[in-house]
Ligand binder design. Structure first.
Ligand code: M6R
Length: 608
């Protein structure tokens, strides 16, 4: 997963291409590069590390150009290095940028070597430049060469290419990796994400799999997979500058944590009314469809999967439906049993996660009643490819660590549990109670954000440890898992989560004064049992940090008891997650890690 951007204009495009790369660093940030068409050849600049370093190189070399392509990389084939950074070239003539993976690259590379092409990088992408060069040398135009190359390429790709002999046009192609055209005034763009060019235009065309397009400053032509010229719909999207900047915050993650009350309001706004959820909020006909559902299958990855695990409890207790959950990367490989009354639900912030998309495509071949996606990006592939879509309306989430995306997914999944229950004529009183609690949720989250001072106090104790253990029971176990994921991904501290009752079956052996234990103790029917589990930790010298209901009082010795705002039990997993987000942020701050772009990760994982 990488970010690509291209521009053809009547003004210099170098600066705006680099600005676009900055906006797409969430897609990868181990190296970056640019190729700019100039009067005397192509300026080809690449740097190892973040886009900032490419920007510095641009400032010192000052290349001028009206046509160019650029790339920010997350390494798949070949280590992060300047040589492996894009754009890749063939014969100093064809330059390409690529996002995706070419699955049959070993064979294609061998064939091209036999034809005399020399490979300079270890990437799968470089061969695309050689393939294009090969076909262009046979007298084909760039568009024809792209089609010929596509016939050879297996896998996922978004490609942009320029030819030294043509200073007017660039050619792009899409297959299973996001790619769009941005239409400006006397200029055209292509990019992996509208965010990258949102400062230049609000008008976008989302290409479909198999499409090839030729772009110049004043015009564009799109051809479909059968090489026929087609007209694709223009979508207007207004992405405000405020939504994509850090504002007064130090990191996007910090901003996104504190935006959560508003984000959740946007998720529930217009979707509940009176004592109930409104009809058809998951799409026209969804209420009717939901009355036929007898089983839910969730597929998702990472944080989104944790949201699904919480929701499984709600589906059972509110909508009285069983729910199976799979890691999207595992789902296809276990030969899942599908019955025709099952609803397949994918959950994803980006809507572009390759494992989740692959799982959806597999599921579409099976006998599911229907497919629904809960995601944050209305223009995403998951949204386009699912029967029903529900958008969380959280606004752009840029920090790699998901925070507001998770919280709004939970709110959306609660709406789904309510809608299913309503369509099945179940539990009207309970629905009324939950709807009322949902209305109060933004306020309760705002109160939970006040735990910041306590988290800042605890953070030094955790920041100087190598490990941490998170404990929760029942519906709080996935929240403990999410807390552990957040801590490890941004602070690089090894963290694990357990259902508290499992402690005595093994992990208790890990407890000593170097193992901080972060526990979630809401008011529940098993609160007493949880407290006993925590006593076991205390007796072994473990330091306890307990987020608890105001009614819980226990002696945590040198640890800390943090009282959470009172809230309805159904909302409590959402509320108790908030201090865990703040804790990992504060710990990462102390450890001086790269919070918005943690090492080895990327926001949108578009490779399987
Ligand atoms: O965009 P998605 O929600 O599909 O992404 C899935 C995971 O990669 C993602 O949730 C990841 O685990 C989080 N960014 C971690 O904070």
């Amino acid at each position: 997963m990488c970010g690509i951007i291209a521009a053809a204009s009547n003004r210099n495009v170098g600066k705006l291409l680099v600005q676009g790369l900055h906006k797409m660093e969430y897609r990868g940030y181990d190296s970056a590069g640019i190729a700019l068409h100039q009067d005397d050849g192509i300026a080809h600049l690449r740097t190892l590390g973040k886009v900032q370093l490419l920007e510095e190189k641009m400032i010192s070399e000052k290349p001028k150009s009206k046509l160019g392509i650029a790339h920010t990389r997350w390494a798949t084939h070949g280590e992060p290095s300047e040589t492996n950074a894009h754009p890749h070239k063939s014969q100093d003539s064809i330059y390409i940028v690529h996002n995706g993976i070419i699955e049959n690259y070993v064979q294609l590379k061998e064939d091209l070597k036999q034809s005399g092409y020399e490979f300079l990088s270890q990437t799968d992408s470089e061969l695309i430049a050689h393939l294009l060069d090969h076909y262009i040398n046979q007298g084909q135009s760039m568009v024809e060469a792209m089609y010929a190359a596509k016939e050879k390429l297996e896998g996922a790709y978004a490609i942009a290419a320029i030819d030294i002999k043509d200073n007017t046009n660039l050619v792009i192609a899409r297959n299973k990796s996001p790619l769009l055209i941005g239409i400006g005034a006397d200029e055209m763009f292509a990019a992996s994400d509208p965010l990258a060019i949102a400062q230049q235009t609000n008008d976008f065309i989302f290409l479909e799999d198999g499409d090839v397009a030729e772009i110049s400053a004043n015009t564009y032509k799109i051809f479909d997979k059968s090489k026929k010229e087609v007209v694709r719909e223009i979508t207007r999207i207004n992405i405000s500058a405020e939504a994509t900047s850090k504002g007064e915050y130090r990191h996007y993650m910090e901003k996104e944590i504190y935006e959560q009350p508003e984000a959740v309001s946007n998720t529930i706004d217009g979707r509940i009314g009176g004592e109930d959820v409104l009809d058809n909020i998951f799409g026209l006909g969804s209420s009717d469809l939901f009355s036929k559902v007898r089983r839910i299958q969730i597929v998702a990855c990472g944080t989104s999967l944790h949201a699904g695990r919480v929701a499984a409890n709600w589906f059972s207790s509110i909508a009285e439906l069983p729910c199976q959950i799979d890691y999207a990367s595992e789902y296809r490989y276990r030969n899942p049993h599908v019955d025709e009354k099952s609803l397949l639900v994918t959950i994803s912030q980006s809507g572009e996660t390759a494992d989740t998309l692959a799982a959806l495509n597999y599921a579409k071949e099976k006998d599911y009643l229907s497919t629904l996606t809960i995601c944050n990006v209305p223009t995403s592939s998951l949204a386009r490819e699912s029967d029903f879509s529900f958008f969380t309306n959280a606004g752009p989430e840029i920090g790699v660590a998901s925070t507001k995306a998770f919280t709004t997914q939970l709110a959306a999944l609660m709406l789904l549990a309510l809608s299913l229950a309503k369509s099945r004529n179940l539990n009207p009183k309970l629905r009324g109670r939950v709807v009322q609690a949902l209305r109060l949720l933004p306020e309760t989250i705002a109160e939970a954000l006040n735990s910041k001072d306590q988290m800042t106090e605890i953070a030094p104790d955790i920041a100087n440890k190598d490990n941490a253990l998170f404990l929760g029971r029942g519906i709080f176990y996935p929240i403990a898992k999410e807390g552990a994921l957040k801590l490890k991904e941004i602070s690089y501290i090894h963290a694990e989560a357990y259902p508290a009752g499992e402690l005595k079956h093994g992990p208790l052996a890990l407890i000593d004064e170097n193992m901080p234990v972060i526990a979630l103790a809401p008011e529940s029917e098993i609160a007493e049992k949880l407290i006993s589990n925590l006593e076991e930790v205390k007796a072994r010298g473990g330091t306890l940090y307990v987020c608890a209901d105001p009614s819980v009082n226990m002696d945590v010795k040198s640890g800390k008891l943090i009282h959470m705002p009172e809230c309805d039990f159904f909302m409590s997993p959402i509320v108790y997650n908030i201090p865990l987000q703040i804790l990992s942020y504060e710990v990462a701050l102390l450890r001086g890690t790269d919070i918005d772009q943690p090492r080895n990760l990327a926001k949108s994982v578009t490779v399987e």
